[in-house]
Design a protein around this ligand. Structure first.
Ligand SMILES: *Cc1c(COP(=O)(O)O)cnc(C)c1O
Length: 403
């Protein structure tokens, strides 16, 4: 194989494990909310790498942070600590309820740590009987065997042999079902404070409030999976801050690295003390390169003007989507919060979210779906008004091609 060998999409089918079905285009370059493919076609990016690229592509603060750190030191191991990890942890505790931080490399790993910590706490404080994890239908928490089993789609965890046990699922926003399930055996409730993959579904404020109260009543822990909602996505630094309900454990990833892999579990000192030396770990967790990038990302995203800008951008999207809807009558509802937006298709368009995504791609727009009936938008938190307008024009054209 020579340097000149052109890489093509066909290679995917030849050399990759087929658990994805990627689009035909292969992007090679990005800047802000724009991406260019191998043929130099330009795309507006409303997908943001699935709520990851919170500062768009190649933002100078990220490029500077990674370049600077790349010339210092890349990796040490947890036998030694490092400056970027300590600085990042300190800032995360300042930005949240948390007093302690555990670093991982992904959302699933942050959740795995959260679930293991909850079980360890319950075992040590209340005894082994207190092991039940309550989670929600359509919830998504990652693809390790524990997290995918806690996730609310059995098809993702079926077919791999015996599953981790004592996990119960109930409908999201169903207080009666939750009350019926809670008992002294409940170890923890794990929930997304706005379901992302499950269709962009917001929690009822009274429901989240009641979840917290029930956790307190039954001595259970509340774990908020903020892997998708965290780091400014909803306009608060963490979604829990907008809900006024504080969890005991919070997981974050995706936007935390802005495009570099990192995840973290945040918690209180009292809970953290149940993870002693050797109880849990990760080779790459707390890697200096990842932490240096994440520090630059959170410094930028936590600026009041960036967080305030999220609500402003949400308004641009809602307005543009309403206009498209007036022309073509495709959406039943525009939902979500901040820049985690779902456009739910109406009766006639059921099952066609992927058609919209494919048509958008042909018109130079990158989108996401959340299930078969919801088109999802998770763009950069600093996307410009010009980029939003161009993207919405392309969406208009894509939908026009489908009617
Ligand atoms: C994406 C996601 C995960 C999984 O994160 P990975 O980095 O893919 O492991 C977990 N929880 C939520 C809510 C997510 O959106």
């Amino acid at each position: 194989m020579t340097m000149e060998t052109a890489v093509t999409r066909e290679w995917f089918d030849e050399v990759m494990v087929p658990c994805y079905n990627p689009m035909e285009i292969i992007p090679v370059k990005g800047s802000g909310a724009r991406v260019w493919d191998q043929q130099d076609n330009e795309y507006i990016d409303f997908a943001g790498g699935i709520a990851v690229s919170c500062l768009g592509h190649c933002h100078p603060v990220m490029v500077n942070a990674i370049t600077e750190q790349a010339n210092k030191i890349w990796h040490l191991s947890n036998v030694m600590t490092n400056e970027p990890a300590l600085r990042l942890a300190k800032k995360l505790t300042e930005l949240s309820f948390a007093e302690r931080v555990f670093f991982a490399n992904s959302g699933a790993e942050a959740n795995e740590a959260a679930l293991k910590l909850a079980r360890r706490w319950a075992t040590e404080v209340h005894g082994p009987e207190k092991s039940e994890i309550i989670a929600f239908n359509q919830g998504f928490h990652g693809r390790t065997f524990f997290t995918v089993t806690v996730g609310g789609q059995a098809s993702y965890s079926d077919g791999f042999g015996p599953k981790p046990g004592d996990i119960k699922h109930i409908p999201y926003n169903d207080l009666a079902a939750l009350e019926a399930q809670m008992s002294d055996k409940t170890c923890a409730i794990m929930m997304e404070p706005l379901q992302g993959e499950g269709g962009v579904v917001s929690p009822e404020p009274e429901f989240v409030q009641a979840v917290r109260e029930l956790c307190d009543k039954y001595n259970a822990l509340l774990i908020f999976d903020e892997v998708q909602t965290g780091n400014g996505r909803t306009g608060d630094f963490y979604a829990y801050q907008g809900l006024g309900v504080t969890p005991d454990i919070l997981s974050t990833a995706k936007s935390l690295g802005g495009g570099f892999p990192i995840g973290a579990m945040l918690t209180t000192k009292a809970l953290a003390d149940h993870f002693k030396v050797g109880t849990h770990g990760s080779t790459y967790g707390g890697n200096p390169l990842a932490c240096a990038v994440a520090e630059a990302v959170i410094d930028e995203v936590s600026k009041p003007e960036v967080l305030a800008g999220v609500a402003e951008r949400e308004a641009w999207f809602r307005e543009g989507l309403e206009q498209i809807n007036q022309k073509y009558g495709v959406f039943q509802e525009i939902r979500g919060k901040g820049l985690l937006i779902g456009a739910a298709l109406n009766e006639e368009w059921q099952g066609r979210a992927r058609d919209v995504l494919v048509a958008a791609g042909k018109h130079g727009l990158l989108l996401l779906v959340a299930g078969a009936n919801v088109v999802r938008f998770t763009p950069s938190l600093v996307i410009t008004q010009q980029e939003v307008e161009e993207g919405l024009t392309k969406l208009d054209q894509a939908i026009a091609s489908l009617v």
